[in-house]
Design a protein around this ligand. Sequence first.
Ligand SMILES: Nc1ncnc2c1ncn2[C@@H]1O[C@H](COP(=O)(O)OP(=O)(O)O)[C@@H](O)[C@H]1O
Ligand SMILES: [Mg+2]
Length: 285
Amino acid sequence: MPLSDTTPLLEIRGLSVTIPTPEGDVHAVRAVDLEIGRGDIHGLIGESGSGKTMTGMAMLGLVPKGSRIGAGRFHFDGQDLRQQAGRLRGRRIGMISQDPAAALNPVLSIRRQIDDVLRTHRDLPRAARRAEALALLAATGLPDPEKVLRSYPHQLSGGMQQRVVIAQALATGADFLIADEPTTALDVSVAMQVLALLRRLVAERNLTVLMITHDMDVIAEACDRVTVLYAGRSVETGPVEEVLNRPAHRYTRALLGALPDAVPRGARLAVVEGSFDDPDPEGAA
Ligand SMILES: Nc1ncnc2c1ncn2[C@@H]1O[C@H](COP(=O)(O)OP(=O)(O)O)[C@@H](O)[C@H]1O
Ligand SMILES: [Mg+2]
């Protein structure tokens, strides 16, 4: 049966990720529901250790070795991610990470790094790949794409590096991007430009984005809908305006309350004492 355009692109029900460690199982994700419609920028917010990154990694099929994934439903465009995540990664699902400098190889030119992606994922002759690399860099708003192609990562600012990483994600041909704290390493004004770029690319290229962040400003600035994670569980979801103006869950209210104007952007959210067991607050950001 063909799926209509109103079918959500991503449908997750009751996702759990359990990671075995020498000290015992870590319940990184306990019960996450997530539904993302085509063309949406869907925010996933929660404090450090709440399971945001591991939720994204599960979609990419990149959980730590030996991890157990449980889910009532774990579907991307009608395909079960439990079997298909590895195949969809880089074909349909791309990744933009927090640290563009780490995502890029320091010893290879930008030309080489984008070309490697194009060669792997797209069946194009050399000249067409070169034209596509230039077009992708231009699409991310980089001035002088020719010069950027000749550059090495250290010759670019953080904002320019993140644009290259976005171009690289687009080079795969992916139409669903998981952006994990994509602006955390950037200055406020550069961060705003990168968010505006993502919004423009979503509109121009029919993309869908999962925007992982701990920053309510990023949600307000860039997202259509938001899901709030607390201790590995999704506790609230809805349109951004609704959730921000009428938060239903006390944890969401606490997140919002933790962000009066006096709190600097990117400051850590207040840790909320909760009734859930084992919130594991020491998790990596
Ligand atoms: N490789 C790992 N091994 C063991 N525990 C992990 C690993 N990665 C993450 N965790 C734990 O899983 C939980 C969720 O982590 P993560 O998804 O990175 O949270 P977030 O991205 O919201 O900060 C945390 O408690 C973290 O310590
Ligand atoms: Mg994280």
